[in-house]
Design a binder for this molecule. Structure first.
Ligand code: ADP
Length: 398
């Protein structure tokens, strides 16, 4: 009795196990069948199609009954078939367990798509090859985006090269034109000088006053031509600095003295703050002086009569700093990024009357960069501006 009962129990248990297996298989079948974004199918060990899912149908255009039993090389381009690529891929999958490929494949209707393909070799427990699992994804959209991006990049690069070329020819034009303008401008200066010295008879006071105006205009003209030439020189990399240990405090004092006349006319006060233990700093004295003159000149230009300009040099944490502070019209925060651009002038209460080219700060920025340094600006509209030059001194200072 016990045996019979026992075998009935065993049978039930076996049936339950069998049912479970069937349910589980069904789940796997559903899982694979329903996936739409991936073509998932099996190949036999020779590469003939054994199964087909929704994704494969959508992806490649064949119904299951049209493709099962056909060789998977159908999906390859003729040139790949000629090159035995399908066979090679199976061989590789067999040898290494899997192979991955990204390349063009063919749909049933002959159209091509960019596919990511993974072929996995399937081995039985006995170690024998049973076939291959093949998962394919259509990445044509991504490929198209990449392609468009690549083309756009090429176009952009070409346009950039063209812009650079145009910019260079514009620079060359400015440089050439300034050279040509300089000679006649300096000629005028000489002749006006001769007239003023009385070489053509004594001018009447009315004549003298007009000649002096012409002389001033001509000086202004020469200054503009010179700044154009200076900019052209830094732009095409012709400028090489000669850096030597320099007594900066003396240089600052000299700059302040040279411009004293301008300050006097505007009733501006210049304060050179004493510097304690300032070592000599390696700069190209000639160009550094011109850069400082530019900043001091701006400070004076953009400060109303009666204001104060303060110059201070320091050495701190491996940096030499030199600040030029004024009590002028100031610069709005939004305008700060424009300051060091070529030909960039920012209108303010004084810019109309003092005139300028918008080249000064551009050139100063380049000169300080050639010294390995940088310039920082802080400003409050209506209160004043501070330009600070930073130059690293490291082992360089002498
Ligand atoms: P420019 O003085 O010939 O216009 P710059 O390159 O020297 O050219 O200066 C660019 C602009 O920066 C000026 O037009 C001016 O608006 C502004 N700027 C320069 N220095 C000062 C300053 N110290 N205070 C206020 N604005 C300044």
């Amino acid at each position: 009795v016990g045996g019979k009962a026992g075998s009935a129990v065993q049978q039930r248990a076996e049936r339950a196990r069998h049912d479970e297996t069937v349910v589980e298989l069904e789940r796997y079948r559903l899982l694979v069948e329903s996936v739409q974004d991936y073509a998932i199918f099996l190949l036999d060990s020779e590469g003939y199609v054994l199964t087909w899912n929704k994704g494969a149908e959508k992806n490649k255009g064949y119904k299951a009954n049209e493709i099962i039993g056909k060789h998977f090389s159908t999906f390859y381009l003729q040139r790949d078939r000629d090159a035995k690529k399908p066979e090679r891929e199976l061989e590789l999958a067999k040898r290494f367990g899997r192979v991955e490929d990204e390349d063009w494949r063919v749909r049933k209707d002959g159209t091509q798509f960019w596919a990511n393909v993974v072929i996995t070799a399937l081995f039985g427990q006995d170690g024998e090859l049973r076939g291959f699992a093949k998962v394919t994804r259509d990445l044509t959209e991504r490929k198209r985006h990449e392609e468009n991006l690549r083309k756009a990049n090429i176009l952009l690069r070409r346009q950039q090269q063209e812009l650079e070329r145009l910019n260079r020819s514009k620079d060359e034009f400015i440089s050439l034109a300034s050279h040509q303008l300089r000679t006649p401008a300096t000629g005028i200066k000489q002749f006006l000088g001769l007239i003023m010295e009385g070489f053509a008879g004594t001018p009447t006071p009315a004549q003298m006053s007009l000649i002096e105006k012409a002389y001033d205009s001509n000086e202004h003209q020469i200054a503009i031509v010179n700044s154009l030439l200076r900019v052209a020189q830094v732009d095409d990399g012709r400028l090489h600095l000669r850096k030597l240990p320099t007594d900066i405090q003396r240089l600052i004092t000299e700059v302040a003295e040279v411009q004293a006349e301008d300050f006097g006319r505007r009733k501006q006060r210049v304060i050179v703050k004493p510097a304690k233990d300032l070592p000599k700093i390696r700069v190209d004295a000639e160009h550094f002086r011109m850069a400082l003159e530019n900043l001091v000149d701006n400070a004076s230009k953009y400060t109303p009569d009666g204001g104060t300009i303060t110059l201070q040099a320091k050495v701190e944490d491996g940096w030499f700093t030199l600040s030029v502070q004024d009590t002028g019209v100031g610069i709005a925060e939004a305008d700060l990024p424009k300051l060091f651009r070529k030909f960039s002038r920012i209108p303010n209460g004084l810019s109309e009357s003092v005139g300028g080219t918008g080249l000064g700060l551009y050139w100063v920025g380049k000169i300080i960069a050639l010294h390995g340094g940088r310039i920082e600006v802080t400003s409050v509209v209506g209160k004043g501006t501070t330009f600070t030059i930073y130059i690293p001194i490291g082992q360089e200072y002498a």
